[in-house]
Ligand binder design. Structure first.
Ligand code: NAP
Length: 244
């Protein structure tokens, strides 16, 4: 069994980004700027936002953090997003999800101009993805494709099974695999005979959010598996959606 080396790839991507940031600076006269909006203090979101800001620093991207009170109203959050949308010195806006329950995520996402929607969640960017037009694509699905590309995995004509149909991972990665001419099966919580479908797959992408729901002995010999899942189990360790 060979392992896909995500760390090695991330180093390479970051170096490429650094180079692109330099080109941007020469052209525009300033570094690209990302505004990150965090509402409340969800511990996982804090970690994600911290990681994104650190990654910006390392690549030369300017980041502005907007930390808002958990009780922030829809109108207040919309006003912040609008201000960032109108600010020519802000190139990308990332509103960390999930938002507290009283806020309407869809309305907030739709308030981000599609060209600043670095998460790729805006309906315009999702529509472009469906149409095969260039647009901003969510980072996790794109990362899955980069991993496959880096490992020279032959995608065209292959059976790809994606477990999970979220708008953040499952659906976009299915569309990206389809663009590369895979025969794609999308599985979800209502799928019958999951084990059988997974066993037919040349490429498996698991994005479920349940520890080891895909069993190791379902995987066909020689299949490529990308496990997106991050699950903390009782003993405190982290496991994926696929039994390793
Ligand atoms: P999500 O929105 O909760 O979606 C989970 C999907 O899994 C749903 O489509 C659900 O089906 C399906 N599902 C649930 N139980 C199932 C089962 N027993 N068999 C088959 N399918 C089942 O989750 P998400 O946002 O896509 O995230 C998935 C996982 O990836 C989580 O562990 C998350 O932490 C992780 N994640 C990682 C990254 C990363 O960068 N590594 C980024 C994002 C997310 P229904 O649609 O029918 O409910």
């Amino acid at each position: 069994m060979a392992l896909l080396d995500g760390k090695k790839l991330s180093k390479k991507v970051r170096q490429q980004l650094k180079d692109q940031v330099e080109v941007f600076e020469t052209k525009v006269g300033r570094a690209p700027a990302l505004a990150v909006v965090l509402v409340g203090n969800d511990p996982a979101s804090e970690i994600y936002v911290g990681g994104k800001i650190k990654a910006c620093k390392k690549t030369g991207i300017t980041s502005h953090e907007h930390r808002l009170d958990p009780q922030t109203t829809q109108e207040e959050l919309l006003a912040v997003v609008k201000q960032l949308a109108d600010d020519d010195a802000v190139d990308g806006i990332l509103v960390q999800l999930p938002l507290p329950d009283h806020l309407d995520e869809d309305a907030i996402i739709q308030a981000i101009p599609p060209n600043k929607d670095v998460d790729g969640f805006h309906p315009v960017n999702l529509g472009k993805l469906v149409s095969g037009l260039p647009g901003l694509v969510a980072c996790t699905p794109l990362g899955c494709m980069k991993l496959l590309e880096e490992a020279n995995v032959d995608i065209a004509g292959k059976n790809a099974v994606v477990v999970g149909r979220s708008t953040i991972v499952g659906k976009p990665v299915s569309l990206l695999l389809l663009q590369k001419n895979a025969t794609v099966t999308i599985c979800h919580s209502r799928t019958e005979h999951l084990a059988h479908l997974v066993a037919e797959a040349d490429i498996v992408v698991a994005a479920v959010g349940k520890p080891e729901v895909v069993k190791g002995d379902w995987i066909k010999k020689g299949a490529v598996v990308i496990d997106v899942g991050i699950n903390r189990i009782e003993d405190g360790s982290i496991v994926g959606d696929v039994e390793f």
